[in-house]
Ligand binder design. Sequence first.
Ligand code: DGP
Length: 114
Amino acid sequence: MAETVFSKILRKEINARLVHEDELCIAFHDVAPQAPTHILVIPRKPVESLAVCNSDDKALMGHLLDVVRQIAADLGIAADGYRVVINCGANGGQSVDHLHIHLLGGRAMTWPPG
Ligand code: DGP
């Protein structure tokens, strides 16, 4: 997988406002927040996108979602609700080619997305 800005954040070569770290993933505030709370959860494993995950990644994917749920509770956005987004590939609007889950909360979301 090609180097991305998230590889540099994982290696702590670029600062990010971390909210969670464990052996499988890290989570940090998005640099361009689209909601009062906007967190990115990324695997340490260099996976380009959801499209290239396979059945070996099932446990990792479950873990990432579990971390999203925990962070939403810890940051106090769970009671009012929140949105979880994975942009995948060009049509999905993915701009950083390292799998990441967006956690957005703190305001009411609209639908459909743009
Ligand atoms: P996506 O469009 O789904 O690939 O989202 C990539 C997100 O990554 C976007 O919301 C902005 C965020 N982002 C890009 N570069 C940086 C960075 O250097 N630091 C942080 N914290 N977030 C970044």
